[in-house]
Ligand binder design. Structure first.
Ligand SMILES: CC(C)(COP(=O)(O)OP(=O)(O)OC[C@H]1O[C@@H](n2cnc3c(N)ncnc32)[C@H](O)[C@@H]1OP(=O)(O)O)[C@@H](O)C(=O)NCCC(=O)NCCS
Length: 173
């Protein structure tokens, strides 16, 4: 189901991007997109099946020219359901920097069923400048406070070879 459609400006052309609620049929393409979006961590395909089914109402995919251009996997925190936690966000390399990341976040929050969501949270590594800018700019554009605090420590991660993640909390929206 298409929920909205936007024209975006790329260096050489305009493209129409369609935002949809994901379905199980999207999971395979989502896996392909995430694999091609370092430094995003690729998780087992089953995780993407869950995001595209159980968490579809709080996630989004977008298409450009009939191929998957972007994906955001998110869910409400079970103990604080007024908070949307953005687990992974990815935009195809050729479409970056044209506002799709921001539009995906807005398209989730604009849903009637998420009217009561007041905060957005995500954890971001200090080295991921695109992701840090995405969330900071999202807060600035909405005039919302943004609070940064310690998220998961490096040694919280099994295996021990992961950067620490800082928690971004945006809101009240
Ligand atoms: C992070 C990511 C989703 C951003 O998507 P995007 O569609 O390019 O983002 P937008 O075009 O909406 O840009 C949002 C802001 O970030 C800025 N930005 C985008 N890419 C940037 C980069 N590489 N470095 C610095 N800032 C950047 C934009 O200029 C914009 O800021 P502005 O509003 O002040 O102009 C995309 O870069 C990506 O898929 N990266 C790989 C996967 C990843 O790291 N995901 C995040 C971890 S979960």
């Amino acid at each position: 189901m298409i929920i909205s459609s936007h024209k975006i400006m790329l260096p050489s052309q305009h493209r129409t991007i369609r935002f949809r609620i994901p379905t199980v049929d999207d999971a395979s393409d989502v896996c392909g997109l995430v694999r091609n979006c370092p430094p995003l961590e690729f998780n087992p395909p089953y995780a993407y099946l869950l995001l595209c089914s159980h968490f579809a109402d709080t996630s989004v995919v977008c298409d450009s020219d009939d191929r998957l251009g972007g994906f955001t996997g998110a869910y409400r925190l079970p103990r604080r359901p007024d908070t949307l936690f953005v687990w992974q966000i990815a935009v195809s390399g050729d479409l970056r920097g044209s506002g799709i990341g921001q539009l995906m976040l807005s398209s989730i929050l604009a849903r009637e069923a998420l009217r009561d969501v007041r905060y957005l949270e995500a954890t971001v590594t200090p080295s991921n400048s695109a992701s840090r800018r995405l969330f900071t700019s999202f807060a600035e554009r909405r005039g919302c406070p943004i609070v940064l605090s310690a998220g998961f420590r490096a040694d919280d991660f099994p295996g021990g070879n992961h950067e620490a993640e800082q928690l971004f909390r945006i809101g009240p929206l």
